[in-house]
Write a protein that binds this ligand. Structure first.
Ligand SMILES: NC(=O)c1ccc[n+]([C@@H]2O[C@H](COP(=O)([O-])OP(=O)(O)OC[C@H]3O[C@@H](n4cnc5c(N)ncnc54)[C@H](O)[C@@H]3O)[C@@H](O)[C@H]2O)c1
Ligand SMILES: O[C@H]1[C@H](O)[C@@H](O)[C@H](O)[C@@H](O)[C@H]1O
Length: 340
């Protein structure tokens, strides 16, 4: 049976997800859209040639749109209200990161979902679906490098707009590493620290860039993650896990090498949309398939969204204090124990 989707927020990622549901994936169809900018929503429907109705807001879309599921690709601060409205209406919810902007709000979502009695929500932490990270996880679980001791990660964007603030290096950018790295080593975070290296001249006055975030896990693994969002040269995601008996590294994006004009080289990507394009396809296909097979989404849960929010809050506190800040999680409810 085809899953009918309503999309809330028709900006860059909303457009990309609508295109993949409509043109690339199996078993889904976009039938309803909304955006606080109604012209953008109408334009999106026209540009993608969708047979979808435009609604004035998320609540009307949920009430009248005849949808089975919603995709939330609005701005982060708007996510919580749409997720809660989706749960209240008993719809499946695919919510882009962040699930909500505070740990408190993520807990409200967790509580609403548990009260509903069945898992409805998947968070768009697509790196768990990236073949490179999956191979890293397999190598770690097979003990190929012995016990993991340290991780070195880097998250670099070529540039960011003027509205990007210092805390967004955590809540908007590092949030991907926060989710994928503890999943990779199957461990929880214990404490975090942030230090600022010399600032690039390309960062705005209100942005510390780059930043080095250190995360210590319960078992003692130390992760150093660099966020550098005006690195200029490309979109570059790096991850190296150092174990007792060896090192495993995230594969580079496949690309031909060239010899031209007295140069030997490889082109790098400049855009995040291309870097994880297959992972986005696989995560949304898994959302559709798991619901059709089991009645529940199979990917990252609201609880994973909560873990990311608690850790991000601690990192933002560490940006301000300059010292180590604890990461204190509530006990994981049994309700969330059955996911990947
Ligand atoms: N998983 C990833 O790698 C990834 C990549 C990019 C963006 N994101 C996330 O996806 C979301 C969207 O990002 P984007 O880059 O597409 O941003 P964007 O600014 O291009 O689009 C957001 C759209 O949401 C609309 N909007 C805002 N508030 C709304 C509301 N209350 N109701 C309806 N529409 C609303 C805006 O008008 C805009 O059209 C963000 O949460 C972002 O963090 C995730
Ligand atoms: O919203 C985007 C997106 O999540 C990208 O994957 C990340 O590299 C950017 O830093 C962030 O601003």
């Amino acid at each position: 049976m085809t899953m009918k989707f309503g999309v809330i927020g028709t900006g860059a990622l909303g457009m990309d997800h609508m295109r993949r549901i409509q043109q690339t994936l199996n078993g889904g169809e976009v039938v309803a859209v909304t955006d606080i900018n109604p012209e953008a929503a109408k334009q999106a429907v026209a540009d993608l040639g969708l047979n979808a109705k435009v609604f004035p807001d998320d609540r009307t879309l949920l009430a009248e749109g005849n949808v089975d599921a919603i995709v939330i690709t609005s701005w982060g601060p708007a996510h919580k209200a749409s997720v809660l409205a989706g749960i209240e209406a008993g719809k499946y919810v695919f919510c882009e990161k962040p699930l909500a902007t505070t740990a408190e709000d993520c807990l409200r979502i967790v509580e609403a979902e548990m009260k509903h009695g069945k898992r409805l929500v998947q968070v768009g932490f697509m790196r768990r679906y990236d073949s490179g990270y999956i191979k890293l996880k397999e190598a770690i679980e097979n003990k190929f490098i012995g016990e993991p001791l340290m991780i070195r990660a880097a998250h670099r964007n070529p540039e960011v707009g003027d509205s990007y603030l210092t805390n967004m290096a955590i809540t908007d950018t590092l949030i991907h590493e926060i989710d994928v790295l503890h999943w990779l080593v199957n461990d929880d975070y214990k404490a975090v620290q942030v230090v600022y290296p010399k600032k690039t001249k390309y960062a705005s006055d209100h942005l510390h860039d780059p930043q080095i975030i250190t995360l210590k896990t319960e078992s003692g693994i130390i992760i150093t993650a660099e966020v550098f969002v005006n690195c200029k040269y490309g979109y570059d995601i790096q991850c190296e896990v150092i174990g007792e008996e060896g090192i495993v590294t995230l594969p580079e994006v496949q690309s031909v090498t060239f010899r031209k004009d007295a140069k030997y080289g490889v082109n790098l990507l400049m855009d995040w949309k291309q870097r994880f394009i297959e992972a986005y396809d696989v995560e949304l296909q898994d959302f559709i398939d798991s619901i059709q097979k089991t009645g529940e989404p199979g990917g990252p849960t609201s609880w994973d969204g909560y873990i990311a929010a608690v850790t991000a809050d601690a990192c933002v506190k560490a940006q301000e204090s300059g010292g180590w800040e604890p990461v204190t999680l509530k006990e994981k409810p049994d309700f969330y124990r059955t996911n990947q």
